[in-house]
Design a protein around this ligand. Structure first.
Ligand SMILES: Cc1cc2nc3c(=O)[nH]c(=O)nc-3n(C[C@H](O)[C@H](O)[C@H](O)COP(=O)(O)OP(=O)(O)OC[C@H]3O[C@@H](n4cnc5c(N)ncnc54)[C@H](O)[C@@H]3O)c2cc1C
Length: 441
């Protein structure tokens, strides 16, 4: 890759999600003059807060949580002053609710996870004795990431995890991290993430829940921080096409009809999602062959305390169609959301029917809850919330970094091959990997 060694070091970052924001900060740190173009009138990408309707509390496009081991994303949070906006959790705790309303939990003791996780599994009331031993064995097996491209479901069967261990341990982890069902995901991708989370200190495996709307955590402070550092941020600036000539991007065309010439010694870093990149640069990667997974959530706010547990995250065991109940840290008991990840079971179902199904499932799982009246709801559906990490998909994900044959183009985004699933951490990591290539050159 040919990169400038002297003279103007201009860099265009396309897309203002987590990958684009992190890349813009890192390029600035490396001495580039940075211009960022984002299609929406806000930054933050897929983690943002919906424009408020009258009478509604601030509602995110879908609840997001992070793990303590999200080092790259936490670097960005520190950079924009948001790392303190998460409840302090020093170890993994996950509350469960069975279909019949029985409550249980998995709570790790303080200490290294390889020690405390088996103890938590062997003592949890969420599993019967025999199943506890099976789950602990499965956890030990997960230290060895399979290389044969099997699905998570195949891996679980191979390691005798079907039944209760799968329902209590693996399905919630798979849905929370990969936003999909075990049958349809690459086992290696989940297990690689679990190894990072559960291979060391307890705080790395903790689930961190935000205490504020996501726009206040990422988009708004990032916009202020980037502008403070001299980055030119152009909002509502939608890229329509990259013009590529003689092995380099020579211009970027925008949806408003304008065209920005790109000098040969300038850099273009795409932080667009896969479907947008496939449109603006058709044929450059296999992005058009990648598929997304939806996520549907229903945000509730009640006129009274409905009596749901105070836990920030409750996994609904064998839950269908909703898999989790969650709430922001410190939020009043009247507010919570339910999430249905990955599955397409609610496709084509109307908003009112979705709310009805959510309430029915909540009443079954929490028989004492008061949800008969004074309950308001808003349904949020993201049709391409995350990349679908099918077995074999990795071969279609380009590495974060240079695009072979195009001298001044770098790729980033949660869909590039970072070794991680498409998450906030994957997005932030892709930015570091891509910018490292620019800096090395
Ligand atoms: C509802 C929901 C819940 C999620 N929950 C979690 C979670 O709990 N934990 C977790 O780690 N991850 C979660 N994710 C995934 C996470 O949000 C993404 O992996 C991450 O935000 C992707 O960041 P990105 O920068 O790679 O892409 P994006 O966030 O998609 O950013 C790309 C940006 O490019 C812009 N853009 C698109 N087209 C153009 C164009 N033509 N011109 C200019 N700009 C353009 C977009 O507007 C966007 O701002 C969730 C996602 C959703 C939707």
């Amino acid at each position: 890759m040919t990169m400038p060694v002297a003279g103007p070091r201009g860099a265009l970052v396309l897309g203002g999600g987590v990958a684009g924001i992190a890349a813009a900060f890192r390029l600035r740190d490396a001495g580039w003059s940075v211009e960022l173009h984002e299609a929406h009138p806000w930054l933050g990408g897929r983690a943002f807060t919906l424009p408020s309707r009258a009478g509604e509390p601030p509602i995110d496009n879908g609840p997001h949580v992070i793990l303590g081991c999200y080092d790259e994303f936490r670097w960005l949070l520190r950079r924009i002053g948001s790392e303190g906006r998460f409840a302090r959790a020093t170890r993994l705790t996950l509350a469960y609710r069975e279909r019949d309303g029985r409550a249980s939990a998995l709570r790790l003791l303080p200490g290294p996870v390889p020690l405390t996780f088996p103890i938590a599994l062997l003592t949890t009331r969420a599993l019967r004795w025999r199943d506890r031993l099976r789950a602990a064995r499965g956890l030990a097996a997960s230290l060895f990431v399979p290389k044969d491209g099997c699905s998570l479901a195949q891996w679980l069967t191979r390691h005798r995890q079907d039944g209760a261990p799968r329902a209590v341990l693996w399905d919630p982890l798979c849905r929370a991290i990969l936003n999909a069902e075990a049958e349809e995901v690459d086992a290696a991708l989940l297990l690689a993430t679990l190894k990072r989370a559960f291979g060391g200190a307890g705080r790395r495996g903790a689930i961190l829940v935000p205490d504020a709307p996501w726009s206040a955590i990422v988009g708004e402070p990032a916009l202020a921080g980037l502008r403070d550092e001299g980055v030119t941020v152009r909002l509502a600036s939608r890229v329509a096409a990259l013009e590529i000539d003689d092995g380099a991007v020579c211009a970027v065309r925008f949806a408003d009809g304008t065209r920005r010439t790109v000098a040969r010694d300038e850099l273009v870093l795409s932080a667009l999602p896969w479907h947008a990149f496939a449109q603006v640069a058709p044929g450059v990667t296999d992005a058009a062959r990648l598929q997304g997974k939806p996520m549907l959530s229903v945000a509730f706010w009640c006129e009274h305390d409905p009596g749901l547990p105070a836990d920030p995250l409750v996994a609904l065991v064998d839950g269908e169609p909703f898999h989790f109940v969650c709430r922001r840290a410190g939020e009043p008991r009247e507010r919570f959301a339910v999430i249905s990840g990955g599955a397409r079971g609610l496709d084509g179902v109307g908003v009112d029917a979705i709310v009805t199904r959510a309430l029915e499932q909540l009443r079954r799982a929490f028989p004492a809850a008061r949800l008969a009246s004074g309950v308001h709801a808003r349904v949020c559906k993201e049709s391409r919330a995350t990349l679908w990490p099918r077995p074999g998909e990795r071969a279609l994900r380009p590495p974060a970094g240079p695009v072979p044959g195009i001298d001044n183009l770098l790729l980033s985004g949660d869909w590039t091959d970072t070794g991680l699933p498409s998450t906030l951490e994957g997005a932030a990591r892709s930015a570091r990997l891509a910018v490292a290539c620019a800096s090395r050159a």
